[in-house]
Design a protein around this ligand. Structure first.
Ligand code: MN
Length: 131
């Protein structure tokens, strides 16, 4: 799917292609970086079909607000959770997980991330393809 198509499907700017810690075509635009009063960065993340981030964990946890498309979020040792527009995901601190698009759909979420992120290994095709 081409960038022009994706850019019409998101509320916030698509931003720049993410070069590290993702598989496939994903884009990031930071939409809020003020340290006060909430002390959380907010990024708009757009995934092309099949794109996902590597396994990772957040020191302070993370909240995802799904604004478009269809995707997945999976915590290690649990089934992947299907996500669609309007879904809200609460990811606890220090829980290993990944998020990304389905194979067939683009996927857009806002990510509220108040702390550091620990990036780990990629989500392998043989795991992802089973979803
Ligand atoms: Mn995350």
């Amino acid at each position: 799917m081409k960038n022009e198509h994706l850019s019409h499907s998101t509320l916030f700017p698509m931003g720049q292609k993410v070069e590290k810690n993702f598989i496939g075509d994903a884009y990031l635009q930071m939409v809020f970086t003020d340290p006060a009063p909430l002390n959380t960065a907010i990024g708009n993340v757009t995934f092309a079909p099949g794109a996902r981030n590597n396994w990772h964990s957040h020191y302070t946890g993370q909240v995802l607000l799904v604004t478009g498309g269809e995707g997945w979020c999976q915590e290690e040792g649990k089934p992947a959770q299907s996500l669609k527009t309007g879904d809200v995901v609460n990811i606890p601190a220090n829980v290993k997980h990944w998020h990304g698009a389905t194979k067939e759909s683009w996927f857009v979420h806002l990510a509220l991330t108040p702390g550091q992120t620990d990036w780990l290994e990629p989500v392998l095709d043989e795991e992802y393809i089973k979803l």
